[in-house]
Design a protein around this ligand. Structure first.
Ligand code: ADP
Length: 780
């Protein structure tokens, strides 16, 4: 229902017309107010001052046209109806006024139309105002809607059943990196990861109105990167048909990627734990029930992982009965104060076997959790078995060694007794022969004298043999001690040559000598070097036929001023190549060929070698069958050279110092190196007689150092000093044997004994190499 109008404005200059109009209006709306103006200024003032429900206007008042008044009212109060009330106006003017915005026009002579026209005008105004309000509301709600969609951070889309995109919001475009124009040409399937195509097709098929469903999946951006989203979809129906699927999705890429990374790292961690060659485990400290065991548990012991976890006493039950008490006690000692431990024990495997395990245990101290322990059980069965086997072998070896050394002692005693028992009656027999030969027991005829002479000579030979036997025994029992003093080698040689002159003359052998003048006195045991030279000369005479010759020379060794070289060259039968290495062995004699062996027992050259080596020298032979032999030996000129050079390589400074002191006290020349590289440099500087090499060292370890030594210097005697006799490094060192093993830790006495033994046995090889070719580098 229209509200009755309250105020009218009337532009009319004619009083009579105005009165007529007022009456007409008042007749209809008696309470209404009607303000009449008759000029432009009055009209303007009225519009400014007050509000009107309707304006009535003459078409023309003096100085102010109705059209002008219309324009003014449209501008100031656009919703207020404006009616022309005028005298006769042409149709054209009327149409023009309506076009200009007038609500109606009424001719003054037809005032009966006035009220209906006013009513219509007022109704239209109300209708217009209402429409405007509706339009305004609509506009505002559209704006809000757009604001929400355009500024939402989630991806919003509307997709037609054929997949074409009906609407996407800017967040959608931005996240997937498309422009508005590009989106217009896109289908949903262009941005949907292929894995989800089928799912979306089904979604279109089974669409149900009013049903929203969750969806999570992957969109592909224009450049192919993955956008993980999750959200809801719903269906829009129009006239009973599916018109679109709406979707609002949240970008969860960061969370998904973090989840993927987490899963990956869990998988990696599991793979790592399961690849460790040992059982990785965790257990509750109080109950010792396992809370985790790696897959290796199943492989090593044969029980399924489930059994380990489900049975609260699994571990205790499967410990070897002999180790159970001790192991549980050790395990109980793991506390917050002593959070680490490592112990070895046996476990019973599913197949009835027994496994040795080394368990490295530590405590997990994480708050809010009951105390946990964790560890790795490493299978050490093979090592334990090897250890047992080694102990077995060692015990056997010790027993055999004992038996052998007992036998050796018995033999030495036998030699000793034999030679002493022989020597006394022999000496007395020889003395009685001498006395008889001298005629002190009565006169002798020539034949008797000749026979007694032969007997005396046999006694002398026998005495020489017995003496050799005695010396050999002394050497083997380490009882032969050199008495060193400065000796002129040329004087010594002259004396020996003189003593052998008769023997040589008997075989018409020329005994010549070449002695380098001004040879210095050297520190030697005069008696023993005389014995060596005598032996070589007597062999020379023995194995050289009648009228041959023997040349004895003494000189400074060529290029080795620190050594003196003495040679005995004969023109005798010579020695076959294959025998040359063996003739220095104890009791070795060449049986075949020209060499007559009716004299001697094969100890002569053995004694020569031992005596020369005791002096720190070396002896060797050069010979060719049928072309004579040259026996040579070298002696160091000074005491210093008598000592063996030992190189100690060890990275432990304390161990290095200890070994240095120990060996210096034993009269060795000791040099030290702190690692493999330094050790090799030391060997380059001066080849040692023996290397005492630590196996486990940083950088170049013992095995690698040994390899280099063998490659560059051949068979230098090496003692490997190690705590890991069955470790990997040992395996690496094996191909570079021979070497001697010295287990760490061991007593000083064991160290010295090993060094002494190796030095004595290794001497031959090393000196041969160093002195045959005289390659040994001069001392600094
Ligand atoms: P033996 O007591 O038999 O002489 P040696 O140890 O002195 O023992 O010598 C060992 C062997 O070396 C001898 O049996 C001999 O065959 C050989 N031999 C030693 N010296 C010579 C030499 N100058 N010429 C040839 N053969 C030699």
């Amino acid at each position: 229902m229209m509200r009755p109008p309250e105020r009218f404005l009337l532009l009319e200059d004619n009083e009579c017309d105005a009165e007529l109009l007022r009456r007409s209006i008042r007749a209809e709306w008696p309470n209404c107010d009607l303000l009449r103006v008759s000029s432009k200024s009055g009209f303007e003032a009225a519009l400014n001052e007050s509000k009107f429900d309707l304006i009535l206007s003459d078409y023309m008042v003096p100085g102010f046209s109705g059209m002008h008044a219309l324009a003014m009212s449209l501008e100031r109060c656009p919703g207020v109806p404006f009616l022309f009330v005028s005298g006769a106006i042409g149709d054209e003017v009327a149409v023009e006024s309506l076009k200009a915005g007038a609500t109606d026009y009424i001719l003054k002579d037809r005032l009966a139309k006035l009220v209906p026209s006013i009513r219509r005008g007022l109704n239209e105004a109300v209708e217009r105002a209402r429409r405007r309000q509706v339009e305004e509301e609509l506009r505002r709600s559209e704006e809000q809607c757009r604001d929400l969609l355009e500024n939402a951070t989630d991806l919003i889309q509307s997709v037609a059943p054929d997949g074409s995109l009906l609407y996407v919001n800017p967040a959608w475009r931005n996240k997937l990196e498309y422009t508005e124009a590009e989106v217009a040409r896109l289908s949903l399937f262009d941005v949907l990861h292929p894995e989800y195509h089928e799912g979306w097709r089904d979604r279109f098929e089974i669409a149900k109105p009013d049903e929203a469903s969750r969806w999570e999946g992957i969109f592909l951006s224009k450049y192919g990167s993955h956008l993980y989203v999750e959200g809801n979809t719903s269906f829009r129906y129009m006239n009973g048909n599916l018109a679109a699927i709406r979707g609002i999705f949240h970008d969860v890429t960061e969370r998904k990627l973090a989840l993927i990374a987490l899963k990956r790292s869990v998988r990696q961690y599991e793979a790592l734990v399961n690849s460790v060659d040992g059982i990785v485990w965790q257990a509750d400290l109080c109950s010792l029930r396992f809370t985790f065991v790696s897959q290796q548990a199943e492989r090593l012991l044969g029980y399924p992982v489930k059994a380990w976890l489900e049975d609260p006493d699994f571990w205790q039950k499967h410990l070897h009965p002999d180790d159970r008490e001790k192991t549980l006690k050790l395990c109980r000692q793991i506390t917050a104060e002593r959070p680490y431990g490592s112990f070895e024990y046996r476990m019973l495997a599913a197949d009835g076997g027994v496994l040795w395990l080394r368990d490295i245990v530590s405590m997990r101290t994480e708050e809010k959790e009951s105390a946990q322990i964790q560890g790795i059980m490493v299978n050490i069965t093979a090592r334990k078995q090897a250890e047992l086997a080694r102990r077995d072998v060692q015990a056997k070896l010790a027993r055999t060694n004992k038996v052998l050394s007992q036998r050796n002692e018995e033999i030495q005693n036998f030699y000793h007794t034999l030679s002493h028992e022989l020597k006394t009656p022999l000496t007395s027999a020889r003395e009685f022969i001498s006395i008889t030969m001298d005629g002190l027991a009565g006169p002798l005829n020539t034949t008797q004298k000749e026979y007694l002479g032969i007997a005396k000579e046999s006694c002398d030979q026998l005495r020489a043999c017995v003496n050799d036997l005695l010396d050999a025994t002394r050497l083997e029992t380490n009882k032969l001690v050199l008495e060193l003093k400065p000796v002129s080698i040329s004087v010594l040689m002259q004396r020996v040559l003189a003593s052998m002159a008769l023997m040589a003359a008997e075989k018409k052998i020329d005994l010549l000598h070449e002695i380098q003048p001004d040879l210095p006195e050297i520190s030697i045991d005069e008696h023993r070097i005389t014995q060596v030279l005598t032996n070589l000369l007597s062999n020379g005479i023995k194995y050289t036929p009648q009228s041959g010759n023997i040349v004895v020379t003494a000189r400074e060794a060529p290029q080795r001023a620190e050594l003196l070289e003495i040679s005995v060259r004969d023109s005798g039968c010579g020695i076959p190549k294959e025998e040359q290495d063996r003739i220095f062995d104890r009791l070795y004699q060449i049986k075949a060929g020209d060499a007559s062996t009716e004299q001697g027992v094969g100890l002569g050259l053995y004694l020569c070698r031992e005596l020369v080596q005791l002096h720190g020298g070396n002896i060797w032979v050069e010979s060719k069958s049928g072309h004579g032999s040259t026996f040579s030996f070298v002696l160091p000129k000074t005491q210093h050279l008598l000592r063996a050079n030992v190189l100690v390589i060890d990275d432990d400074p304390d161990m290095l110092e200890m070994l240095r002191h120990l060996l210096i006290a034993e009269q060795y020349n000791v040099r030290i190196a702190r690692d493999g590289h330094e050790g090799l440099n030391e060997i380059r500087r001066q080849t040692p007689d023996l290397v005492l090499l630590d196996l486990a060292m940083p950088e170049l370890n013992g095995a690698a150092t040994l390899k280099e030594i063998r490659n560059q210097w051949g068979q230098i005697p090496v003692i490997l000093h190690t705590a890991f006799v069955d470790g990997d490094l040992m395996k690496q060192a094996m191909p570079f044997s021979p070497f001697t093993l010295l287990a760490k830790p061991c007593s000083s006495e064991q160290i010295l004994e090993t060094v002494r033994n190796v030095h004595r046995s290794g001497d031959t090889e090393i000196w041969k190499k160093n002195h045959h070719g005289l390659q040994r580098l001069p001392l600094n």
